[in-house]
Write a protein that binds this ligand. Structure first.
Ligand SMILES: Cc1ncc(COP(=O)(O)O)c(C=O)c1O
Length: 426
């Protein structure tokens, strides 16, 4: 007898397979491939001994250990949330009192991806709108699709989302009677995934003004995703978008320890406008009633001991070398391919490259197939970082990651990729 089919929810149909799952599968099936695709952090820099020592310290005392291995609270481990205020004050070059928030506005999540999901659940009904940069973090596009939200891409340049384009889009939506559906503007403020672009300081200020001015029917929130903020290899870190909102009620700041410490630990946090706090606690309460207690203690321990800061300084030096290796290889192998250009990121994990108009980069393209099967090198096709159907979507771009491979492999990977491009163009 044949098995009756499972009757899936609409939500399940909206949660289509993520391109990232396809890429990860490709990577696992083709172990001999040089991956300029994976957004993973460099394994050799992960803080193994630091975490080992932290766990030993944390579990030295039985009574403390009992608490650590118990459930925690939905909002997160209290002392960690206090440490996070100090940490944030350092990132903002100020003191905790300048922050003008308390640890009550901080929620600890299992990775910032979880915060993005909880925010999507709490804020978007099907058809509600999120404005995003073109291109943007493609996993979040999937999250938004999963709740039935509409994503509209706004044009960008080498300084991030263009504020004139944002205003024009809001005006267009108002004209169409859709302003009441706009819930959020999503921005990866530093070293964006995938483009490596950082939102310019003047635009950080402007976007707060714009969100406030266009909050005519309800509050339009800004979600500042600062996942890569601490991976800076050049220049000074400026203030966040969040810091420009003196009211603290328009911007959600999402930060994670995945890139600067360990993605496996899954500890991240959000600083929330007051009115969002209980909504996110309720959503998270239904989901997991709190992120893993032990992992939160590990991060708290690393922050308190000052070892976290030392670790980040080491990471910056090691990624700087890899970024430079990729940029040097781009110069060496791509500068004589006409119509090719790339951006020079000051931090993060990615170089964004645009190929000549005739060279499409999608999964089915001759370039992707030739690069992955014959040259044994993988990249992320740029088109997945635009909402489907967006007029701004380009098909000739690539995200090249320098996170995982060694400088030598990066050099070799770039050589192979340039061979694949030349092959497709010949
Ligand atoms: C821009 C951006 N935001 C959020 C995340 C989610 O990271 P995590 O859930 O590990 O904190 C990532 C991961 O690559 C990212 O690139």
């Amino acid at each position: 007898m044949s098995l009756p089919e499972i009757s899936f929810s609409v939500r399940r149909q909206q949660a289509a397979e993520q391109s990232i799952a396809y890429l990860m599968k490709q990577g696992l099936e083709n172990r001999d491939v040089i991956s300029l695709a994976a957004g993973f952090v460099d394994e050799v820099t992960l803080p193994v001994s630091l975490v080992r020592e932290s766990i030993a310290d944390i579990l030295t005392d039985d009574a403390v250990g009992h608490g650590v291995l118990q459930y925690g609270t939905t909002a997160g481990f209290g002392p960690l949330r206090d440490n996070l205020l100090t940490h944030l004050a350092r990132l903002e070059n100020g003191s905790t009192s300048d922050l003008n928030v308390t640890s009550n506005e901080i929620v600890v999540t299992s990775g910032s991806q979880q915060l993005l999901q909880h925010l999507s659940d709490a804020l978007f009904d099907p058809g509600d709108i999120c404005l995003v940069a073109a291109p943007t973090y493609f996993v979040f596009l999937g999250t938004l699709n999963g709740v039935g939200a509409r994503t509209i891409a706004v044009d960008t340049d080498e300084n991030g989302m263009r504020m004139d384009a944002l205003e024009a889009e809001l005006a267009r939506l108002e004209e169409a009677g859709d302003l009441n559906r706009v819930k959020m503007i999503y921005l990866v403020s530093s070293f964006e995934n995938p483009s490596g672009v950082t939102l310019a300081d003047d635009r950080r200020k402007q976007v707060v003004e714009i969100a406030k001015r266009w909050s005519k029917q309800h509050r339009i929130l800004i979600l500042e995703d600062a996942a890569y903020r601490e991976l800076r290899y050049e220049g000074e870190d400026g203030p966040s978008i969040w810091s420009y909102d003196e009211t603290r009620q328009h911007v959600i700041l999402a930060q994670t320890f995945s890139k600067s410490f360990s993605p496996g630990i899954r500890v991240a946090y959000g600083v929330l406008p007051r009115d969002l706090v209980s909504a996110i606690h309720d959503v998270k309460g239904n989901f997991d009633f709190g992120s893993p207690n032990l992992n939160q203690r590990i991060v708290s321990h690393a922050l308190q001991s000052g070892k976290y800061e030392q670790h980040v300084a080491g990471l910056q030096s090691s990624y700087r070398v890899k970024r430079d290796a990729m940029l040097a290889a781009a110069d060496e192998f791509f500068s004589d391919i006409p119509g090719t250009s790339w951006l020079r990121p000051n931090g993060g994990l990615y170089v964004w490259m645009t190929l000549p108009d005739e060279v499409e980069t999608g999964f089915e393209s001759p370039l992707f197939q030739h690069a992955s099967k014959k040259e044994k090198v993988m990249y992320v096709p740029g088109e997945i970082a635009y909402p489907k159907g967006s007029p701004l979507r380009k098909r000739t771009q690539m995200r090249l990651s320098f996170g995982v491979e060694t400088p030598e492999q990066i050099h070799e990977g770039m050589r192979r990729l340039s061979e694949a491009v030349r092959h497709v163009m010949s």
